[in-house]
Design a protein around this ligand. Structure first.
Ligand code: 13P
Ligand code: SF4
Length: 324
């Protein structure tokens, strides 16, 4: 298989445990084209942990959770950033890199959380709770961020809420993340009713069944899961925190209650760990493919633009988060 690396290994070696050879052959042409296009256009590809292994391990330059992607977008030394993830991530990258071209390979890559709330909803909440600061999850549109005091991700939500030094905050739009943070903090949290369509499907009964079927399994749950799921898990944290947990603790058998490509990506780095893989796919993340990354670079599809009046206020909310 081609695409030889300087080490002498092939790109296929990175993914051979989860990508069958026949499937790899269908990827090769796009992978080689993307690697050439990145050089030609001085482009980098930022990929979220939920991207499929051939994207995550073979064409991405920077990978991570939402927080890492936002941070690393700022220092990306490139003219073009392709965001292999969902639309709000591309908007965040554009907010932090207004001079760079930021491309999202499929504009329809949305998010059920981002779709659950509008800027008008935030304005009405502010009227209902005057003076209470608004903490907004990055999984929101740029218009919603512009109405917020500060953003957070699942990786820093507790620190952000507590950094404000107030007894009460509004935390939008993920009801479960808000409740999971409230359970760890003395700050009172007013939540919204948004849910992640991937994580809301996990139940405590799933965990009990997994423990029965796979004795000794360590259960890690994303904080977008319902609180009763997080309570039954052994650990809860952002996608990056789950990767770190596996790296540090090396549990012999583990299940990640999150989007299923992540298990493939993490399993590749840990051949000695048994990963149990219940599969909840995020249909939005799965809109990104090698083929549309290639088209994005060839045809400059689809450049993210943000109205300057909104960008300034939204950037402030993201920068306040990054300063913590
Ligand atoms: P993190 O990678 O920040 O944990 O977020 C998970 C997620 O669902 C992003 O859409
Ligand atoms: Fe949104 Fe959930 Fe998909 Fe993440 S996994 S992009 S929160 S729908």
């Amino acid at each position: 298989m081609s695409a030889i690396l300087p080490s002498g290994a092939t790109l296929y070696d990175r993914v051979r445990r989860v990508v069958p050879p026949i499937e790899w052959l269908t990827f090769l042409d796009d992978i080689e084209a993307i690697l050439a296009l990145k050089r030609e256009r001085n482009a980098v590809i930022l990929a979220h942990n939920y991207q499929t292994p051939e994207i995550f391990h073979c064409v991405a330059d920077i990978v991570g959770d939402s927080l890492a992607l936002a941070r690393k977008a700022m220092s990306a030394d490139a003219d073009v950033i392709v965001l292999a993830g969902v639309h709000f991530m591309a908007e965040t990258a554009k907010l932090l890199n207004p001079q760079k071209t930021v491309l999202i390979p499929d504009r329809r890559a949305g998010c059920s959380l981002a779709d659950s709330i509008t800027a008008e909803d935030v304005r009405q909440l502010r009227q209902r709770y005057p003076g209470v600061p608004v903490v907004t999850y990055v999984n929101t549109s740029v218009e919603v961020k512009a109405e917020s005091d500060i953003c957070c991700t699942s990786g820093n939500a507790k620190a952000v809420v507590e950094s404000l030094g107030v007894p009460r905050v509004i935390m939008l739009p993920d009801e479960y993340l808000a409740k999971n943070i409230a359970a760890q903090s003395d700050v009172e949290i007013i939540a919204w009713k948004g849910h992640c369509e991937v994580h809301e499907r996990f139940t405590p009964a799933d965990i009990r069944q997994l423990r029965e079927d796979h004795p000794g399994v360590t259960v890690l749950a994303h904080p977008e899961c319902p609180p009763e799921v997080v309570t039954e898990a052994d650990f809860s944290g952002s996608t990056a925190a789950m990767c770190d947990y596996v790296e540090r603790q090396k549990p012999p058998r583990v299940v990640l209650m999150t989007e299923c490509s992540m298990s493939d990506n993490v399993a590749l780095a840990h051949p000695d760990i048994e990963f149990i893989r219940p599969c909840n796919l995020c249909p939005h993340m799965k809109r990104i493919t090698l083929a549309n990354i290639r088209t994005a670079l060839e045809q400059n599809h689809h450049a993210v633009t943000i109205e300057p009046g909104i960008a300034g206020r939204a950037r402030l909310a993201v920068e306040r988060m990054l300063a913590i």
